[in-house]
Design a protein around this ligand. Structure first.
Ligand SMILES: [Zn+2]
Length: 110
């Protein structure tokens, strides 16, 4: 389990960095496509729509980041890989597929 959590932590931190990079890149693209004075109403509408798509995408990543942070905290507390419902160890295969799983297969609601 020890070796396994070290690997999990590495993967979570890497994923976390990737997500930040992705959101940062998206933010920069948005800034460079900023509204100009010559822009007509259609373009402005498209740009606003694009903004809301970006916001929606960022929302998904923010949720994943929150899950990653939660998993990292549980790793530090030594509670990682333990089902929140019954306190049993979560199967490693499940944790590999879903690194921030908080419950065992039996108690997963999704
Ligand atoms: Zn359980």
């Amino acid at each position: 389990m020890k070796q396994f959590t070290v690997k999990v932590r590495e993967n979570l931190l890497k994923r976390r960095a990737d997500l930040f990079e992705l959101m940062d890149k998206r933010q920069k693209e948005r800034t460079s496509n900023g509204i100009t004075l010559e822009q007509d109403l259609n373009e402005q509408a498209a740009s606003e729509q694009n903004d809301s798509i970006i916001d929606a995408l960022n929302e998904i990543e923010k949720k994943e980041l929150a899950e990653i942070d939660n998993a990292l905290r549980r790793l530090e507390l030594g509670k990682y890989g333990i089902c929140e419902v019954d306190g049993e160890f979560i199967d490693e295969k499940r944790l590999i597929a879903l690194p921030f799983a908080r419950t065992c297969t039996q108690h997963s609601e999704s």
